[in-house]
Design a protein around this ligand. Structure first.
Ligand code: ASP
Ligand code: MG
Length: 435
């Protein structure tokens, strides 16, 4: 069971976790940092990088005050309160010691790890106060990346089971999301939002019957609730549908998170801590009903059109184009082609200038920035009539920059100018879901 930042965001929310976690079902509870903490730690690192010592000290103190306040609300027994005070002193003294001249990525990662170390220990102490037995599993003892910075599953399985074996009679384990070690054994992390990934990796490593991701929304929705008036939670998704949605903007799940679960065929259930009785969303490999399930949008997309007469009846031209993106380690999301041109999209503009320069050596190049990919996800069997029509009909008044259909049976994507995203999502909500 993984609980995100808002689910451990205050003393009250930590108290609320007891109802969800304390029962005889054996489980590993994976916690994020209390909400806002990791952002604050990032700010602290930025201040240290720029040698703003006073600012970093001030930020650290602000964060410490927040924790002092939370623990005074969380614990009612003197014993646990003094343990929590000591914990906070230790972690914040550690942070205050980072005012060095040589501030590097290693120090930064050690700082970013503090949020999860704090939240898990605080929850553990809280359970202790009730006489509920639990074990704090140090993620840094088993979560490890390999030399490609991918989770080292063999290592994780071996060392996690070593940790678990030490407590054969225990059924409640708590561990940190997000944090890990790299292949040199240094503290590292799974990138922002990575606690979901931890849960999926841990669940896969122990071959858990289910992985639960608890957040503050009742599962994945058919559309973006921030953009359209009416949405509904989706009760069931396949792994492939969920991956498309997570990647294209449904913020509830970290995009890579489901891969380990999918590989081991472990169902992932998304649940709402504020509304535990709600069904949430179940993601597994049982294929779902035919039809459109959801739409999602991804902003900040750049479309690049590459046009060349050399493409006419030629082979090798696309390879030459793609090679340039590969050299700059820039993933391509969407592609459409005609006989003399290819349009593609990227969401990482870091090397855009260099890429354009090289593309211009082989073709004419046109760029449109600030585009949005609108992704329509579901079971949409290829060669079956109706789905392409429905999508385009719903979008009949929205100018489309690109359309991609047939790449997978789970997705139709269109590209629109960013200023038209809202209109497109609303039109799809009406045309596909009758809202
Ligand atoms: N605390 C980390 C973050 O805010 C990891 C997570 O919450 O998943 O990114
Ligand atoms: Mg989070």
């Amino acid at each position: 069971m993984k609980f995100g930042g808002t689910s451990v965001g205050s003393a009250q929310r930590i108290k609320d976790l007891v109802k969800l976690t304390v029962n005889p079902t054996p489980k590993i509870v994976v916690l994020s940092a209390m909400s806002g903490t990791t952002n604050k730690l990032v700010e602290i690192c930025e201040a240290l990088y720029s040698k703003e010592t006073e600012k970093s000290k001030q930020l650290i103190n602000e964060l410490k005050e927040k924790y002092k306040k939370e623990i005074s609300e969380l614990y009612s027994k003197e014993n646990s309160l003094s343990k929590a005070k000591e914990l906070i002193e230790n972690h914040f003294n550690y942070l205050q010691a980072f005012t060095l001249d040589m501030f590097t990525a290693n120090e930064e990662k050690a700082i970013l790890a503090q949020g999860e170390l704090l939240s898990t220990a605080l929850f553990h102490y809280y359970l202790e106060e009730f006489g509920v037995s639990s074990v704090l599993l140090p993620a840094l003892n088993f979560m490890r990346l390999d030399t490609n910075d991918e989770p080292d599953m063999a290592y994780i399985e071996t060392y996690l089971s070593e940790e678990l074996k030490k407590f054969p009679n225990e059924n409640l384990f708590i561990t940190q999301g997000y944090i890990c070690r790299n292949s040199f054994g240094e503290i590292d992390n799974l990138k922002r939002g990575g606690s979901d990934y931890t849960a999926s990796i841990v669940g896969a490593a122990i071959r858990s019957p289910e992985i639960q991701i608890w957040t503050d929304i009742d599962g994945m929705h058919n559309n973006d609730p921030r953009v359209v008036n009416k949405t509904h939670p989706i009760s069931k998704l396949s792994f492939d549908e969920a991956a498309e949605l997570a990647y294209f903007g449904a913020k509830i799940l970290h995009p890579t998170c489901i891969l380990p679960a999918k590989k081991r065929n472990i169902p992932v259930r998304l649940k709402n801590t504020m509304q535990p009785e709600a069904a949430g969303t179940l993601i597994d490999n049982v294929s779902t009903q035919e039809g459109v399930k959801a739409v999602a949008a991804k902003d900040g997309i750049t479309a690049i059109t590459v046009r060349s007469d050399r493409m006419l009846l030629a082979y090798g031209f696309l390879r030459a184009v793609f090679e340039i993106f590969e050299r700059y380690k820039t993933p391509i999301d969407m592609i459409t082609t005609s006989e003399v041109a290819v349009s593609l999209t990227i969401d990482n503009n870091k090397n855009l200038e260099a890429i354009i320069k090289e593309l211009k050596e082989i073709a004419q190049v046109e760029i449109d920035e600030n585009q949005s990919i609108i992704c329509i996800v579901g079971q949409l069997p290829k060669g079956k009539s109706g789905y392409g029509y429905k999508v385009l009909e719903a979008l009949k008044d929205v100018p489309l920059r690109m359309v991609s259909y047939g790449g997978s049976a789970n997705n139709i994507s269109v590209l629109v100018d960013g200023s038209l995203k809202k209109e497109a999502l609303q039109a799809l909500n009406k045309g596909l879901f009758n809202y």
